[in-house]
Design a protein around this ligand. Structure first.
Ligand SMILES: *Cc1c(COP(=O)(O)O)cnc(C)c1O
Length: 425
C-alpha cells in the first residue's frame, strides 16, 4: 500500500512519531467529543423526522418565494433543534454579522439601549453598534450602547452589570466564542448563569447570543438556558460545510418576526425569499453538522496538544473543556506564523499550491496572513487559519470538515516549522 503521508505529503518520520505519541493521550477527549456528536446527531435526525422532511422539501422556489415548503419546514427543524418558538434560516442572510444585525436592529428602537456584559464584541459589530461611526448604525438611529468588561480572571463583573442595567436597557448581547479576543469563550452553562442574573434585575430584557462557532459543540445551546434569540452563520458549524452561504436566527416568535421584517420588509417578513435550490444543501449540511463540528473540535484539541508539547502557548489549552471550535496558537515569531499558515494551506484540497503572504486588511492595524483552501469561499468550518503579524504572532485556526484532513493540516504545519528550523523535538 502506498504511504501517502511520507511520499506525497513529505512528512518526516520524527513529526509522524511525535504526533502519534500525543494522539495516544487524547483518546478520552476524542471519546467525549464523539459522545456529544452522537447526541447532537440524534437531535438533528429527530427534528427532521418530527417535520416529516421529504423529497418535496429539498427543492426550492424562485421569484418571490411564496409557499416555499422546504424553507418553512427547515426553519421549524432549526426551531426544534434550538428548542425555540421559531427560526429564520435564509440564503439572503449573507453572514453571521448580518444575522446578528437583523436580530439587534430588528428589535431595538430609538431610545433603547443595548448592553454587552462580556466586553467588546466581535470586530464587525463595531459598525453595527456605532462604536466605529457608520451610516445606518444603531447609534445613528438613536440606540445607545453600554459595555461592561469581563474581570481580569475572565469572570463576570456582576456589580457593574447590575449598575449598567437601567430603564432604557432593552437588549443584551452575549458573545459565546471569544472570536479574536483574548478572553475565554463562554460555555452554555456560564451563559445561562449570566442570563439568569440579568433577568433577575430586569425580567423583560431581551438576551441575544452570538452563537457563531458554538453550534453542536456542547449538548445544549444558549436558547435552552434562557437566551431569547441567537444568531449564527451557515458557513460555520450548522452549514456542515455544504451550505454555500446563509445565516440563521432562532428564538422567540415575536423577536424572529421582527428580524424577518428587517431582512425582507415590514409586512412581508418570513413569507417571501426564494431559496433558489439551496434547500437541499442546507438540509444535508445540517444533517452532517454534528459530525463535522466534532471533526473541527478534534483538530483543535490535537493542535493544542502538539503545540503545547512543543512549547507554544495555546488558547484554550489542550485540557480545557470546549464551547467553540476556535484554537489560537502563539507562534512567537513572524516566521513561525507564516510557516504555520503555509503548512495548513499545503494540506488543502483546493489551492494547496499557493503560498500565503501577509498583507494589509481593512479594519486591522497590522498585516494579516491567511490560509484557506476551501470549497466555499471564506468558509471557516473548513480548515482555515489566519493571524495578525504582531506580537505574540498567534495563529487563529478553526475547522476541518473531516478529522483525518484536520490531522493532516496540523501535521503539515508542524512539518513546515520543522523544515525551517523553528522547532525541535
Ligand atoms: C464569525 C463570527 C461572527 C460573524 O462573522 P461573519 O464573518 O460575518 O460570519 C460574529 N461573531 C463571532 C464570535 C464570530 O466568530
Amino acid at each position: 500500500m502506498k504511504d501517502f503521508i511520507r511520499s506525497d505529503f513529505g512528512i518526516d518520520e520524527k513529526v509522524i512519531g511525535f504526533c502519534n505519541e500525543i494522539l495516544k493521550n487524547l483518546e478520552d477527549r476524542f471519546s467525549h467529543i464523539d459522545q456529544n456528536a452522537e447526541y447532537n446527531q440524534l437531535k438533528v435526525v429527530s427534528a427532521f423526522q418530527k417535520e416529516k422532511i421529504s423529497a418535496e422539501h429539498l427543492s426550492g422556489s424562485t421569484g418571490y418565494g411564496y409557499d416555499d415548503a422546504g424553507r418553512d419546514a427547515l426553519e421549524r427543524v432549526y426551531a426544534h433543534i434550538f428548542e425555540t418558538e421559531d427560526a429564520l434560516v435564509r440564503p439572503q442572510i449573507v453572514s453571521g454579522t448580518h444575522a446578528i444585525n437583523l436580530a439587534l436592529a430588528g428589535n431595538l428602537r430609538p431610545g433603547d439601549e443595548l448592553l454587552s456584559p462580556v466586553g467588546k464584541p466581535y470586530d464587525t459589530m463595531d459598525e453595527i453598534i456605532g462604536i466605529r461611526d457608520c451610516p445606518g448604525s444603531l447609534r445613528e438611529y438613536g440606540v445607545s450602547y453600554r459595555q461592561v468588561d469581563l474581570l481580569e480572571d475572565g469572570g463576570f463583573d456582576l456589580e457593574n452589570i447590575r449598575r449598567s442595567v437601567n430603564e432604557k436597557t432593552k437588549m443584551v448581547t452575549i458573545q459565546r466564542s471569544k472570536g479574536y479576543a483574548v478572553r475565554p469563550s463562554l460555555s452554555v452553562d456560564r451563559i445561562g448563569e449570566l442570563i439568569s442574573f440579568i433577568k433577575e434585575i430586569k425580567p423583560d430584557v431581551i438576551c441575544m447570543v452570538d452563537n457563531c462557532y458554538g453550534e453542536f459543540v456542547e449538548k445544549t445551546e444558549p436558547t435552552q438556558v434562557g437566551a431569547d434569540i441567537i444568531a449564527g452563520s451557515l458557513i460555520k458549524n450548522p452549514g456542515g460545510g455544504l451550505a454555500p452561504c446563509g445565516g440563521y436566527i432562532a428564538g422567540r416568535r415575536d423577536l424572529v418576526e421582527s428580524a424577518a421584517f428587517r431582512l425582507t420588509s415590514p409586512g412581508l417578513g418570513k413569507e417571501v425569499g426564494a431559496t433558489l435550490g439551496v434547500n437541499e444543501k442546507f438540509y444535508q449540511g445540517l444533517f452532517l453538522a454534528p459530525v463535522v463540528t466534532a471533526s473541527a473540535l478534534k483538530t483543535a484539541v490535537f493542535a493544542a496538544a502538539v503545540y503545547e508539547k512543543l512549547g507554544f502557548k495555546c488558547i484554550p489549552d489542550s485540557k480545557s473543556a470546549r464551547t467553540d471550535i476556535i484554537q489560537a496558537v502563539e507562534l512567537k515569531t513572524p516566521e513561525g506564523l507564516l510557516a504555520f499558515c503555509e503548512g495548513i494551506q499545503s494540506a488543502a484540497p483546493v489551492d494547496s499550491y499557493v503560498t500565503p503572504v501577509a498583507d494589509d486588511m481593512p479594519g486591522y492595524d497590522s498585516e494579516v496572513v491567511m490560509a484557506a483552501g476551501a470549497f466555499v469561499q471564506g468558509s471557516s468550518i473548513e480548515l482555515s487559519a489566519d493571524g495578525p503579524m504582531r506580537e505574540p504572532y498567534a495563529a487563529y485556526f478553526q475547522g476541518g470538515l473531516t478529522w483525518p484532513h484536520g490531522k493532516l493540516g496540523i501535521m503539515k504545519s508542524i512539518q513546515s516549522l520543522y523544515e525551517k528550523g523553528l522547532l525541535t523535538f
